[in-house]
Write a protein that binds this ligand. Sequence first.
Ligand SMILES: O=C(O)/C=C/C(=O)CC(=O)CC(=O)O
Ligand SMILES: [Ca+2]
Ligand SMILES: [Mg+2]
Length: 401
Amino acid sequence: MSWWRDLPADEPFGLANLPYGVADLSDGPRVVVRVADHALAIGGLAERAGMESGAVWQCGSLNPFLDQGPHAWASARTWLQETLASAEYDDCVGANLHPLDGVTLLLPITVADYVDFYASEHHATNVGRMFRPDQAPLTPNWKHLPIGYHGRSGTIVVTGTDIVRPCGQRKPPEADAPVFGPSVRLDIEAELGFVVGGATTLGEPVPLEQAWDHIFGVTILNDWSARDLQAWEYVPLGPFLGKSFATSIGAWITPTAALAEAKVALPGQDPALLPYLTGAAAYGLDIHYEVEWNGSVVSRPEYRDMYYSPAQMLTHMTVNGATLRSGDIFGSGTISGPEKETRGCFLELSWSGQEPITLDAGSTRTFLEDGDTVILRATAPGANGAVIGLGECVGRVLPAR
Ligand SMILES: O=C(O)/C=C/C(=O)CC(=O)CC(=O)O
Ligand SMILES: [Ca+2]
Ligand SMILES: [Mg+2]
């Protein structure tokens, strides 16, 4: 009955993880946490266990809970872990557990603003070489600030959502004028998404030492990218329609508190950054990724290779006084490492289409074809050799309309 207290030490969704999501249950969409292969409706549990502040979970979005800030997140986590560990609440827990194979998981937050960074030196260098071969691969600002762009929050979708191939303008290299039609260079970008909570006041930046107080948790993110649309449109204002048609995120938000064992030093920042970007909060995360394309693992990016800390990205995003809102998401940027096997997008893996990738079934690919499926998976280290699962982020490509 109380199987959740006897989970094996290597269970990636054990009591040390407890990622949050939203499930479509019989009484409506409800906030849940994942316990092994079950979703636990925590609003229902709180009601039965007499925990008043749990009313915030009786809805279909994590935003009200995100609004409450880091003290409420910490006490909710402690309450959940104690309640699950104690035999006293076995009946209440049991009554609110739903096997995952019987529930639909929904987009867990109402996305407020969305920013996407460019924090991998290896990705930025590789893309610079391919997009701007006549220039230095890294722009002069790259090592002084985490570069980013504002994305389209309304097209963030949950894992499992099909992705329609976008149409748009592209200019084939040999052509004199642009043509209109379906993208022929559709790509993915394996990223980590950071979910923000706790609104700030316009005009008041978040100092680096407070940045983590606003990072509620993380989720796997895929920034689908149409490279041909992007290459033609992006000068001088940056990514636009080549990125905004869809961004997928995982169904589970792993709380930052579950990533204590994943803290690592950054690879090293030289030249030194301006003071507002330096401090003890500027650490990285050790998260292992796997990129699967039609059943074949084609890459294993490592998040620890990222040049900028998540805290530096958040602080930089607010240094001009721009506000944060609960439900904001910022993406890390494509996670690419120094080795070819750790590149986080197909543009890099196929070197702009010049080096086809062979999949296990014997087929080859450069960019995505209609019907292709990509699955991003990620895990982080837990305590004493345990694993914290971030789940997966899946998308299948449908033909253009
Ligand atoms: O260098 C460029 O012009 C564009 C680069 C990207 O497409 C990257 C982007 O979306 C940020 C990232 O994911 O790292
Ligand atoms: Ca991106
Ligand atoms: Mg995108």
